[in-house]
Design a protein around this ligand. Structure first.
Ligand code: ZN
Length: 109
């Protein structure tokens, strides 16, 4: 189980770094849009910035959601429920946990 914790902690760090990079990107795009006429929907550059913002925002949301999953998996490691299916209470196959350490349910569920 300690190896699983290492994998999850590493995943957590990687996700935090990705989130920091995305947030930096996001702020850079917001700054860039402040300097231009981004409110004008007829301005093609404004539309591009709006698109970039929504893309980065979606990626940041994904990263945050993944971070929640990793934190939840670490919490399950702490309380001893890690590897137990949330739905049927059965054991989650080791191979599945290997492939997806944040899995909450077994293959059947
Ligand atoms: Zn199950």
């Amino acid at each position: 189980m300690e190896r699983t914790r290492d994998v999850l902690e590493q995943d957590r760090r990687t996700t935090l770094e990705r989130l920091a990079a995305l947030t930096g990107d996001f702020e850079r795009i917001v700054d860039a849009s402040r300097d231009s006429n981004a409110d004008d929907e007829h301005d093609p550059e404004g539309a591009t910035i709006a698109f970039e913002r929504s893309q980065v925002d979606a990626l940041a949301q994904q990263a945050r959601a993944h971070l929640d999953e990793v934190d939840a998996a670490l919490a399950r490691l702490d309380d001893g429920t890690y590897g137990t299916c949330e739905r049927c209470g059965g054991a989650i196959a080791a191979a599945r946990l290997e492939a997806r350490p944040t899995a909450r349910t077994c293959v059947t569920c």
